[in-house]
Design a protein around this ligand. Structure first.
Ligand code: PLP
Length: 412
């Protein structure tokens, strides 16, 4: 059975063109780019070309304004700890309650170090209120760290506007954004819409490059101390021999994403919208989290009331479908997702949340397969649900004909 891969916000297949671009740097041009002999010029030039290519694809910024950490987590840690270290006089950070742990756990560490962190709330659609942001800005605000799009719901924050407001309030405030879910999916213009952003982090494996390579754009002049101390690589801003093959792969993956964006984006969004329409029509008491907000076109976060995400994923997996749940069930805690909790999604819905996320390799037939099996999975779980009778006056699924697509109307 072919696997239906619908978990592209977790990681993506490496594009064949990316593998091809990387291959010579494992087999022939494997030299250390810092070495003095002629043979090392190839890898050194390849890193230089990759920097220039990524700079173009992020909106024509300067090639020396980026580092290549190992992942988005390292990129976020580098930006945040580096900013704090370089600006000891300021002690206040602004973030949101729905950030990825790669930012939230750094915020907690900064609190342990004596900084104050304001966690902005989101509404039921996962959106920020810009007035809350304006109110949170203080004379001692050092850093704003707000994600570009949420990994669980795909909700996009107006980071360009927030950065502009921060800089108009006080040019010394540093603005960092975790753009791990948007680079490769949205067009990123650090010279235009995002020109007030100082630091932008992302990761190769979300855009069809391999795991193990990240990128941190750091605008020239941004006060930020190095996080990894070592050799002179990256102009002393990150020690460690450059991961030449993966840097080349990242540049190629971003180049492909930019080249295919115009065709891919509407096609992927159409597939996602069809999935949501068909599932909501077939499964009563199902809602799309974040449906009322600007969202990434590849992401669908569905809450099916009165079932548990763990059960859904288990049965999806048995049917050859890879998706993920918002709840932290893999850690054994069965805690509902902090993102859905932040949005005020009721407990009975956040437990039954599942995220489907598509990529340019997703096909119509993948959506067909999900639509064919998902309603039956939910119906079978609801037949067993301890909450169903106490919380609804509906008959149990089999009596209602739910398995055969009794129309229920979307987003109930
Ligand atoms: N930030 C966001 C928004 C993410 O979605 C992820 C990965 O899921 C990360 C950070 C961490 O990425 P990495 O695995 O590259 O460290």
């Amino acid at each position: 059975m072919d696997v239906v891969y619908a978990d592209n916000n977790a990681t993506t297949r490496v594009a064949p063109e990316v593998v091809e671009a990387m291959r010579p740097f494992f087999e022939e041009d494997y030299f250390n780019p810092s070495s003095m002999y002629d043979a090392a010029h190839g890898p050194a030039e390849a890193v230089k070309a990759a920097r220039a290519s990524i700079a173009r694809d992020l909106g024509g910024v300067r090639p020396d304004e980026r580092l290549f950490p190992s992942c988005a987590t390292e990129s976020n840690n580098t930006a945040m700890f580096g900013a704090v270290k370089a600006n000891p006089a300021r002690r206040h950070v602004i973030t949101t309650v729905v950030e990825h742990p790669a930012v939230l756990n750094v915020c907690k560490e900064l609190e342990r170090d004596g900084l104050e962190v304001t966690y902005l709330p989101v509404d039921r659609q996962g959106q920020l209120d810009v007035r809350d942001f304006v109110r949170a800005l203080r004379r001692d605000t050092l850093l704003v760290t707000i994600m570009h799009a949420n990994n669980e719901t795909g909700v996009v924050f107006p980071i360009g506007d927030l950065a502009r407001i921060a800089k108009e309030t006080d040019p010394a405030i540093l603005v960092h954004t975790d753009a791990t879910q948007t680079v490769g999916k949205l067009s990123i213009d650090l010279s235009g819409e995002l020109r007030h952003v100082d630091m932008l982090a992302f990761s190769g494996h979300k855009l069809h490059a391999p795991k193990g390579i990240g990128c941190l754009f750091t605008r020239r002049g941004t006060p930020c101390r190095p996080f990894l101390l070592g050799g002179h690589q990256e102009a002393g801003r990150r020690g460690g021999t450059e991961n030449v093959a993966f840097i080349v792969g990242l540049a190629r993956a971003l180049e492909l994403a930019v080249a295919t964006h115009q065709d891919d984006e509407p096609r992927i969004t159409t597939l996602r919208d069809r999935l949501e329409r068909e599932l909501c029509a077939r499964i009563p008491l199902t809602e799309v989290n974040g449906a009322g907000a600007p969202r990434l076109g590849n992401t669908s976060n569905l809450s099916c009331h009165f079932v548990e995400g763990e059960g859904i994923l288990y049965q999806l997996s048995a049917a050859g479908i890879c998706a993920s749940s918002g709840s932290a069930c893999t850690s054994g805690s069965l805690e509902p997702s902090h993102v859905l909790r932040g949005m005020g999604v009721p407990f009975t819905a956040s437990h039954g949340s599942v995220r489907f996320s598509f990529s340019r390799y997703t096909r119509e037939t993948d959506v067909d397969r999900i639509v064919a099996v998902f309603p039956e999975i939910i119906a079978s779980l609801r037949r067993l649900s301890p909450y169903w009778d106490s919380a609804t006056d509906r008959p149990r699924p089999e009596a209602e004909g739910m398995l055969h697509g009794a129309p229920a109307g979307p987003h109930r």
